[in-house]
Design a protein around this ligand. Structure first.
Ligand code: DI6
Ligand code: FE
Length: 400
């Protein structure tokens, strides 16, 4: 394909690695080369030539943090929050995550597939080629594994790659309300090993927060993940500084997510560990948080920054990567290159898949998003207009 503007993201530092009037050669679903059209067209014989008509091409978008497999809706709780009740109050009264757990346990597989598939389709319609999907609304072994199985099934019914994450340590289920440590024991002894041996989980996540699990409890979960051979990631310092960033760094986590309340010390630890900071502006917006994540400090310490939708029924009912990108720029002050890298290269890094995708470089999978815009800033600037022209997955052109 030629006559396009390619944002290759193949730069070690900042910037988007733009190739003007560029072309891309591919074979068997992999990128052979990206460069100026004249050079590429003289080096490669193309059996099929696609004219990009000056469009912008980025790596396929990577949504590296979603909870999109669940049933039911929390619109009524949203209404209560508009009337002044806090997220923590609603959770303490049995709503919040607990109400989605009830709805998810009650839903049959077909319902879960249908409702989750609609959310996944919305992400795909905005250029996503790889999405991470967490469990965390089953909170017993059978239902956690069922959520992960549905996530794997969605990768077969939709043209997208799915990375699965076991988030059984999302909340204490009602059966264990009086014995949270017994729930953690159960996860370590049964749920984590079973998910790993069934090949259903690519990683293990936990929610470290005063309304969820303590750093000590998460440590046990992470030890069990390590014993099962699975990498970890963490919901860290979202509502308070609970030492989440430090804990994630201590375990060499793939990513530490949210980070609104992380300390300077926590950020420095992430940098040393090579852990990616995943920022989730949808949750910040929906909860009307006033404390933004420490972007300046993340930059100073050179922590890689990714952005994701956090698609979930409570704090981020968001299925628009483009809106998440705009929010990251407007609410968190990220630059255009940071935002686009955050939804491509850094998101792939946060899933441990940067060797396969996330940039346009020879040898990587040819997963692209082709946009009806001329400049990267246009992608981030608009609200509610979707300029996706096509996706490309493993070299296959998928018109929008
Ligand atoms: N942090 C969040 O913002 C979501 N989960 C988490 O650990 C909320 C999930 C929900 O409210 O259903
Ligand atoms: Fe989340």
């Amino acid at each position: 394909m030629s006559n396009g503007r390619f944002a290759t993201l193949a730069t070690a530092g900042g910037g988007l690695g733009i190739v003007e009037d560029g072309a891309l050669a591919m074979r068997d679903g992999r990128i052979l080369a990206v460069g100026p059209s004249r050079e590429i067209l003289s080096r490669f014989e193309a059996p099929q030539e696609i004219d990009l008509s000056g469009r912008l091409v980025t790596p396929g978008l990577v949504d590296c943090h979603t909870h999109l497999v669940y049933a039911g809706s929390r619109a009524a709780e949203f209404e209560q929050r508009l009337a002044g009740r806090s997220y923590a109050e609603i959770a303490a009264a049995g709503g919040g995550i607990g109400s989605t757990v009830r709805a998810t346990r009650e839903a049959d597989d077909a319902t879960l597939l249908r409702e989750s598939g609609a959310r996944l389709a919305a992400l795909i319609a905005e250029g996503v080629t790889l999405v991470e999907i967490k469990s965390g609304y089953g909170l017993d072994t059978r239902n956690e594994l069922r959520q992960l199985t549905i996530a794997r099934r969605l990768a077969e019914t939709h043209d997208v790659d799915v990375a699965t994450t076991l988030l059984a340590a999302h909340a204490v289920p009602p059966e264990y309300r009086q014995h949270p440590d017994a729930y953690v024991d159960h996860l370590c002894r049964e749920t984590i090993p079973e998910a790993a041996s069934a090949g259903l989980a690519d990683a293990v996540d936990a929610f470290c927060e005063h309304i969820a699990f303590s750093a000590e409890q998460v440590t046990r979960v992470f030890d069990a993940a390590r014993a099962a051979g699975l990498p970890v990631k963490l919901h860290a310092d979202q509502l308070s500084d609970s030492g989440g960033a430090l804990l994630a760094a201590r375990f060499g986590a793939l990513s530490a997510d949210h980070l609104e309340y992380s300390s300077e010390e926590g950020v420095a630890a992430l940098a040393r560990a090579g852990t990616v900071a995943v920022l989730l502006p949808g949750a910040y917006y929906m909860l009307r948080e006033t404390r933004a994540p420490p972007v300046e400090s993340l930059r100073r310490h050179r922590v890689p920054i990714a952005i994701a939708t956090d698609c979930n029924p409570g704090t981020s009912p968001l299925t628009s990567p483009l809106l998440a990108m705009n929010m990251a720029a407007v609410l968190f002050g990220l630059t255009i290159p940071e935002v686009i890298a955050g939804f491509t290269r850094e998101a792939a890094r946060a899933l441990g898949r940067l060797d396969r995708c996330g940039t346009l470089e020879p040898g990587k999978r040819c997963d692209l998003a082709v946009w009806d815009v001329e400049t990267p800033a246009e992608l981030v600037y608009r609200l509610g207009l979707n300029p996706l022209h096509a996706r490309v997955r493993e070299g296959r052109w998928l018109p929008h």
